[in-house]
Structure formats: C-alpha cells, structure tokens
Design a protein around this ligand. Structure first.
Ligand code: NAD
Length: 500
C-alpha cells in the first residue's frame, strides 16, 4: 500500500475519496503497481452529482459561442500536453507511444467537432406551416450527464463523450476505468485551465459501486457507456428503468472478409495493424478473417510471416509494434482461450504463449497468435478474446461469408478486401454491422460522423459523437407560433386544429 492514491476531481478541484477502497493501477510493461485508483463510493457520487447539478444553470446559460471558446483553449492545452497524455496512456495501458498518439489525435478531433457547437445547435425553421403560423425547433441540454469508460482507450473514449456533452450545455461526470484513471484526471485539470467553470466536469474513478450510484441517481439524466457487452446490457437496462436516456456501446467480434480477387499483400499488411495493434485490445480490432475461396492458403501464409516478424516489448521503446496486455489475469484468460482452440481442433499457425521479452519478465506479454481452420462452434470464435489472437475461417463464396458475419451476435465493425466494386457494394448493403470498411481494416468514423455498432455491440439507438452525439446530449423542442393581427379573433374551435 505504499503507492500514491489518486484523488477524485469534483467541483473544479482534487478531493480525496470518502471511500477507503482502492484498486491497483499497473504498468503492464513492467508488471509493477505504479499507483492506486480511488474507488468512489456513494457519497462521492452524491458530491459529484451535487456539483454538476449546481453548475448546470450557469453553464446552460453560457452562450454556445463562449462554451466553444473554452473548448478551443482546451484543444490547445491538449496539444501542448500531448507528450504527457501519451506517456500516461502508455504507462497505464501498455500500448505503444505511436498508438497512444494516434488515439489522442482521434480524441482531439472530437473536441474540434464540438467546437462547432454554435452551428450544430441550430434547429429547423419553417415559415407558414399554417396561415400566419411559423414553426421552429430548439436543441436544449438535458442536464447532468455521466460517462462510464473502458480501459482500452484512456484518452480517446472519454473524449468521444464529454466534449460534445459540455459543448451542448450539459454538465458531466466521468467514471473512467479504474485500470487507467490518470489521463481522465489530467484532462479535468486542463479543462479548468481552459476556463471551464467548476462543477461542469467531474471525474470519479471507481467500479460497480460508483456506476450503480450513477445509474440510479434521480438527478443524472443521461448515461453514455463504452465497455463489454454484458455490462453494456446491464447499464442499458438499469439506467432505462430509472428513466434515463442511455447509449451503451458493447463488445465486438469484427470480421474481415478477404475475397480471392483482393490484393493479398495489401490485405495482410492491413490485417497486421487491425489484429495486433494495441495488442488486439480494440473494440474495432479485426479478430476474425473470413478467407473466401482461393484466398485462404496464400493469405494465411502471408499473415504468419508478417505476424512472426512483429516486435513485442514495452510501448515506450522505439521499434516496438505491440505492447503487453492490460493485466496478468487478462493474459491468463487469453492463454486459456488459445488452449481451448488447440483442444477443439483449430490449426495453431503461430503461438504467442510463453513469449519472453528480455527485461520484461514480469510484464503481461503475449506474442501474436494465429489460428487457421477455425469453425463457428469453437470458443475462440464465440468469445471476444480482446488480445493478440487472429483466427481464420474459410467460406466458399461471398454469400457464405456475408451469412457467417451476419450470424454472429456482434455487429460493431467489419471490412471487405476486394478489387470488385460489385462485391464491395453487395457487402456494404447486406452486412448487418454498424461500421463498414472497404479495403479499410478499421473503419472508425471520423469525429464528424457517428461511431457505434449494431446488435450486441450497442444497446440504445444513438451512436457517439457526430450529429448523433449532439442529439443524444440534447432534447428537442418544437415551437409553433402565431402573432394575431386581429382578423382571426373570435373563432373558437374545439376540434383537432389543422393548419394547412
Ligand atoms: P468492462 O465492461 O469490464 O468495463 C467498462 C466500464 O464498466 C469500466 O469503467 C468498469 O469500471 C465498469 N464496470 C465493469 N464491470 C461492471 C459492473 N459489473 N457493473 C457496473 N460497471 C462495471 O470493459 P473493459 O474491460 O474496461 O473494456 C473492454 C471491453 O470494452 C471490450 O469488450 C471492448 O470490446 C469494449 N469496448 C467497446 C467499444 C465500443 O465502441 N463498442 C470501445 C472500446 C471498448
């Protein structure tokens, strides 16, 4: 217990948690505990909600242009503190510095999108919907919003949520993953430095206790969640039962369909990053390849050769392609799944178990692993592995491949590799997945589009950021107005009014 315990961030300042519970925060590259995260309790949630509720009227009444200017300053500070945020991400998550930098950039782009909020909040207007009657709509903030985020993107996933929420005039409570709390707390300090009023943004690292208190709190109006599917479903059901709007993004099993007409070298290169980048701990990672017809053998050979050459080691060193996974327990789970693949008869083409990283003996490393001849009944197909394990299934034709993808319960991301416009068009139209790449392995939408999956990858309807994010964090109001000039007087009518 000698490591420092982090604080909460409530009402514009660091505050110790009222709860005595804490969690270890590891550096996955060394296996050492670097600090401890407070596990916020009910009283902490009460305090954060009270601060956010008190700050709401003033923030709602701050004009969108002024809110945007604070976000502009926040964006500049995020740029100025890039190295520090990248360091915190790599230290607590383990991903490489390059990968941390890329995800920071994608997060900053959401701030840039939210900076356009004066334009984004413009409603609709129609003149003369009836004689002398006009109509316009308003987008107004919902109030206190909360975000609950996973371990795998310590900076980017929180940024999917709060810049849009606060730009729209809401106040926000972020409950980051207890495994990677530091970057969220640092962003809170930068927001204060940018001029954000106290209480508009609060951070309470914690676990289920804090989450449950947020889900049931009567003053919390909206919940955004990103994490695993069982928890997403629980969040959706519990928050909805308590009258809140919810967007709960869940887990994934993303397939890449590789057609025989594809450029196989290009596809294999793209699949390296998609499968093994961030040690496979991405909700948009391609974990499953569906090789169609003659593509199979040649593709597997290329994947094996390229994967075997990847450099695994500490994410803060140069020349490293892939860092460790998040915890020893997670590595254990992945290894067991690899064992099950072998037992169930899949062909283990590349085995990452037992990898030794010189100097990193206590780190949570696992080498790139590749399976061929996998079937849909095997555990390694059915489970979201969330590690550096790529599995290959075979399909006879595009119909069988689309059917296979559509039969999977998840629907987050997918990609097709092909030179045929007809195949690409067919795939785009018929695939039941929320984000689709055509010769693009990880089709994460830019900040001005919306991010979200289908089926077991999303509970709720509105996706995050882009216009759907704006709609999630606002309530619409429609105003119908008439300014009588005298001639309409004295005509009471008790039947359903029609204007046209
Ligand atoms: P997780 O579901 O374990 O945790 C996510 C958040 O929920 C954390 O803040 C955690 O503290 C909290 N939590 C965990 N268990 C809880 C419980 N029983 N009750 C209430 N709250 C609980 O997910 P993780 O391991 O941090 O992240 C990995 C998962 O997130 C993967 O399944 C991945 O696919 C998914 N993910 C999805 C997306 C997406 O956009 N769909 C993006 C990133 C990650």
């Amino acid at each position: 217990m000698s490591q420092p315990v982090l604080s909460l961030w409530i009402n514009g300042k660091s505050q110790p948690s009222t709860s005595a519970r804490t969690a270890e925060v590891f550096n996955p590259a060394s296996g050492a505990v670097v600090r401890r995260a407070p596990l916020a309790g009910k009283q902490d949630v009460e305090n954060a909600v009270a601060a956010a509720r008190a700050a709401f009227p003033g923030w709602r009444d701050t004009t969108p242009l002024r809110r945007a200017r604070i976000l502009m300053r926040f964006r500049e500070l995020m740029q100025a503190h890039r190295d520090e945020l990248i360091h915190l991400t790599t230290e607590e998550h383990g991903k490489t510095r390059e990968d941390a930098a890329g995800s920071l950039q994608r997060g900053i782009e959401v701030i840039e999108f939210a900076m356009g909020v004066p334009h984004l909040l413009k409603g609709e207007q129609a003149e003369d919907v009836g004689r002398g009657v006009d109509c316009h709509s308003l987008l107004q903030p919902v109030g206190v919003c909360a975000g609950i985020t996973p371990f795998n993107f310590p900076v980017m996933v929180p940024l999917w949520m709060f810049p849009v929420a606060i730009a729209c005039g809401n106040t926000f409570i972020l409950k980051p993953s207890e495994k990677v709390p530091s970057a969220s707390l640092r962003m809170a300090e930068l927001l204060r430095e940018a001029g954000l009023p106290d209480g508009v943004f609060n951070v309470i690292p914690g676990d289920k206790e804090a989450v449950d208190a947020l889900l049931t709190h009567p003053d919390v109006r909206a919940i955004s969640f990103v994490g695993s599917t069982p928890v997403a479903k629980y969040i959706y059901e519990t928050a909805a039962r308590h009258g809140k709007r919810v967007q709960a993004l869940g887990g994934a099993k993303n397939h890449a369909v590789v057609m025989p007409d594809a450029d196989l070298d290009f596809a294999a290169d793209a699949l390296m990053g998609a499968a093994y980048g961030s040690a496979g701990e991405r909700c948009m990672a391609i974990s499953t390849v569906v090789a169609v017809g003659a593509a199979g053998d040649a593709l597997v050979e290329k994947l094996r050769d390229k994967a075997a050459r990847l450099h695994v080691g500490p994410g803060d060193q140069t020349g490293i392609d892939m860092g460790p996974v998040i915890t020893a327990a997670h590595r254990e789970r992945i290894q067991k799944l690899i064992d099950s693949g072998v037992t169930e008869g899949a062909k283990l083409v590349l085995d990452g178990r037992g990898l030794k990283v010189p100097g990193g003996e206590k780190g949570f490393y696992l080498g790139p692993t590749l399976f061929d001849q996998v079937t849909t009944t095997m555990e390694i197909y059915k489970e979201e592995i969330f590690g550096p394990v790529l599995i290959v299934l075979r399909a006879d034709n595009i119909d069988a491949a689309i059917n296979l993808v559509n039969s999977n319960p998840y629907g987050n991301g997918t990609a097709i590799f092909t030179r045929s416009g007809a195949h690409a068009r067919r795939f785009e139209r018929d695939i039941e997945v929320g984000m689709v790449g055509i010769n693009v392995p990880i089709p994460v939408p830019m900040a001005f589009f919306s991010f979200g999956g289908w089926k077991a990858s999303l509970f709720g309807d509105l996706h995050v950021h882009g216009m759907e994010g704006v709609y999630f964090y606002t309530r619409s109001k429609v105003v119908t107005s008439r300014w009588p000039g005298g001639e309409e007087r004295g005509s009471s009518n008790l039947s359903m009014p029609t204007l046209g």
